[in-house]
Design a protein around this ligand. Structure first.
Ligand SMILES: O=C(O)CCC(=O)C(=O)O
Ligand SMILES: [Fe+2]
Length: 385
């Protein structure tokens, strides 16, 4: 309960299991497990059944009037959403109530202006959108569609020097090839937000399946707003304004806000990931490692905050790296899987740089910790994407 948490004197005590779940004289029943509904971690607040409208789940339990208001908001947002889209011929099929939607009724080779406006709106609301049956589009058309939403960068956004192993289309360095087969069993099977080792990480990606495996190789997405919303208010206060150190191969290359404000929606997102985040700045190393492990356990074990997309040849995904993370499920070997990615970068340099906006409206930006030349140099065989 909030009162109990308020009485804690030492910050690290907050992350101890709740007393009520501690067996007499023994460790807590779920020690080491802080995810899902069996949660005993004080950092956990309350699963909110309405995280998509930013509702306070714990308050909903004790305050029926507030809960009724939230229910109204959820219904209204669903209805107005559907009504607004009616004139562009689009149909939206949500993958889950909170994250992900398949958009039907559009040809990515020739979208109308209204369709582009609506796709942008759905993208911002759903964090990731999908399109089926777009295998006919050329790489030029893929790039042209991407350009309706943002500038396009190279494989790693603003980072122009690529790792030796990075493959792009021969005549189009903007198109990153993610091809896997029996001999090259690659998949990005780690939770991450793309290129968070960079001080200017790309805002999103447009990924096209040129060849889908007959089974497996789905991609999972997790809602970073919900990850933030679900934390205990005391832990939020502790984390707001803190920075995490990110980099490749364990090297600290950039400090990003842990709580990142989305430049368009204004919503707060939890911006740490186990692929590129090394530690939370200013914390004792062991405390930081423990807190990150607890955050990850919570983030990646709450199915309500995730969706899973099954690829077919010609399927497309467009995701928002500021609002969600992803994981390519590596279960399709020895089948072939061929993906082509165009990377979206924000044309506005002020919005491109991650920031946390405090209550007074001031933006606290990310900071690069190495020189530009060092940043542009690939680090061994470390993950880049
Ligand atoms: O292969 C996939 O589904 C996703 C790969 C990935 O992480 C990326 O393109 O950023
Ligand atoms: Fe990725």
């Amino acid at each position: 309960m909030a009162g109990d948490i308020g009485r804690q004197t030492c910050m690290s005590d907050i992350f101890e299991p709740r007393d009520m779940n501690r067996l007499q004289g023994r460790q807590a029943r779920t020690d080491g497990w802080v995810g899902g509904r069996a949660d005993t971690w004080l950092g956990h607040y309350q699963e909110t059944p309405a995280s998509r409208v930013g509702a306070d789940g714990r308050r909903m339990v004790g305050d029926p009037e507030y809960a009724a208001d939230v229910a109204e908001q959820v219904r209204e947002s669903d209805e107005t959403f559907a009504a607004r889209l009616a004139d562009s011929g689009l149909r939206v099929e949500p993958l889950t109530p909170g994250i992900g939607a398949v958009i039907h009724g559009i040809d990515l080779a020739r979208p109308t202006d209204t369709q582009v406006d609506h796709v942008r709106e759905i993208f911002l609301a759903r964090k990731v959108v999908f399109f089926r049956d777009q295998g006919h589009i050329s790489s030029d058309e893929q790039m042209a569609f991407a350009k309706r939403f943002a500038d396009i960068g190279l494989a790693y956004g603003r980072q122009h020097k690529l790792a030796e192993t990075t493959q792009t289309l021969d005549d189009q360095p903007e198109v990153l090839k993610l091809y896997s087969n029996e001999k090259r069993p690659f998949s990005a099977s780690n939770w991450h937000s793309d290129v968070s080792w960079s001080d200017r990480p790309p805002l999103g990606s447009l990924l096209l399946s040129r060849k889908a495996p007959p089974v497996g190789g789905d991609t999972m997405f997790a809602d970073s707003y919900a990850h933030w919303d679900a934390l205990n208010p005391v832990l939020k206060e502790f984390l707001e304004g803190k920075r995490a150190l990110h980099g490749r191969g364990g090297r600290d290359e950039v400090a990003h806000p842990v709580c990142r404000t989305h430049p368009v929606t204004g919503r707060m997102a939890l911006y740490v990931n186990p692929t590129f985040t090394n530690s939370i700045e200013g914390m004792d190393e062991a405390d930081s490692a423990r807190l990150l492990a607890q955050l990850y356990a919570k983030m990646y074990s709450t199915p309500e905050y995730m969706c899973r997309y099954r690829w077919y040849t010609g399927s497309v995904a467009m995701w928002d790296n500021r609002a969600c993370q992803h994981y390519a499920v590596g279960d399709f070997w020895p089948h072939e899987r061929k993906m082509e990615r165009v990377t979206l970068v924000d044309p506005d340099p002020e919005d491109e740089l991650p920031f946390w906006q405090d209550a007074s409206g001031e933006r606290h930006y990310s900071e690069r910790l190495v020189t530009e030349t060092e940043m542009a140099t690939p680090v061994g065989a470390a993950r880049m994407d």
